[in-house]
Ligand binder design. Structure first.
Ligand code: ADP
Ligand code: TRP
Length: 330
């Protein structure tokens, strides 16, 4: 058991896919076995663009159910809803006062919105609300409240974690040592899982295979994977094949080696390869998928898990917030 505190947030915005599973969820669940882990569903962070409360609630349950179904260790891991901790917006508000406006001007999330507007010939701030503009301050509050040492995030979020460090530094400089410095950790294999069209699997490319799709849907998606036009008898290149690249993450080393041989030798058509891939993923995910479905049919249980998690998170958040409050207001 390491004494490092791990923390991360997942936005409840839509269906999680096999890329998220291999690149983020699986490693997080592993990490939760040997570290105190704060893992929250970042519903407040979704508010700057999600206007549908019912969808937000459903996606929140989905993420909680996925994490529990994948074996998140609820002894070490504190799983909760961001919005259940009132100290998050309170601390965020405090941190606003030590955060330079210029830092927010440089935030990737805001810059991406400006670039999109510029490309569409709109005013650069069109559709930009203060929730989006101050997004990194809210994220700094999340990170600093729970004294996180390690913050595993995708590459696109690294700058935001660095901003949390900057903001902690500004605060500590003025008010004395109050916050611990967090460290971003970027998953080594981010972006490696290809989608149906061979590009990185991503919800923005509409090429995803949902993590817990029912068998029939999973099969349909896998059969739609784009391949080259090699005939069954021709040798094929496993390293450029989406089918093989997906298979690698669900099979044993021995099975992977055997599948590679079949590609290289020729004699296996892509249809057959897809069927083998489907059967592998379907059986690998059968048990957690059944557990996911059981949990989704029992949202009372999910609520209980989230409320328990919030109580544990709050106990830490209250202490940190009290420190910041005392430092700023005496
Ligand atoms: P999307 O690209 O679908 O919007 P996100 O950016 O929400 O996905 O991804 C959340 C996390 O899931 C990322 O930080 C990354 O660690 C992981 N991830 C997403 N897509 C992939 C992929 N294709 N391969 C590996 N990991 C991925
Ligand atoms: N902003 C992150 C994302 O879009 C989610 C998030 C919110 C987060 N608060 C966090 C991640 C704190 C790590 C730490 O994916």
């Amino acid at each position: 058991m390491s004494d490092k505190i791990v923390l991360t947030g997942i936005k409840p915005t839509g269906t999680l896919h096999l890329g998220n599973y291999v690149g983020a969820l699986k490693p997080l669940v592993e990490m939760s076995k040997s570290n105190t882990t704060f893992m929250f569903i970042a519903d407040l962070h979704a508010l700057n663009f999600m206007r549908d409360a019912a969808a937000l609630r459903r996606h929140t349950y989905e993420i909680a159910a996925i994490l529990v179904a994948l074996g998140l260790d609820l002894k070490n891991a504190v799983l909760f809803r961001q919005s259940d901790i009132v100290q998050v917006p309170q601390l965020s508000n405090m941190l606003m006062n030590v955060t330079p406006k210029g830092l927010m001007n440089r935030a990737h999330s805001y810059k991406a919105a400006m670039d999109k507007n510029a490309a569409a010939g709109l005013d650069t701030d069109a559709g930009v609300n203060m929730g989006l503009y101050t997004y990194p301050v809210l994220m700094a509050a999340d990170i600093l409240l729970y004294n996180a040492d390690i913050v595993p995030v995708g590459a696109d979020q690294k700058q935001h974690v660095e901003f949390a460090r900057d903001i902690a530094g500004y605060f500590n400089n003025i008010y004395g040592e109050t916050f611990k410095m967090p460290e971003p950790v970027i998953g080594a294999d981010t972006g490696i899982i290809p989608g149906l069209d061979g590009r990185k699997m991503s919800k923005s490319y509409d090429n995803i295979i949902p993590l817990f799709a029912p068998s029939a849907e999973l099969k349909k998606k896998i059969m739609r994977i784009i391949t080259d036009s090699k005939l069954p008898e021709e040798p094929k290149d496993p390293d450029t094949s989406t089918i093989f690249q997906l298979y690698k993450h669900f099979a044993t080393a021995q099975e992977v080696a055997a599948f590679r041989d079949k590609f290289v030798a020729g004699g296996m058509g892509y249809g057959t390869a897809k069927t083998i891939l489907f059967e592998k993923i379907d059986s690998a995910l059968a048990a957690p998928r059944a557990e996911y479905e059981r949990l989704m049919a029992n949202t009372d249980l999910l609520d209980k898990i989230l409320v328990d998690g919030a109580a544990r998170a709050r106990a830490v958040a209250e202490q940190t917030y009290a420190r910041a409050h005392r430092a700023m207001l005496g």
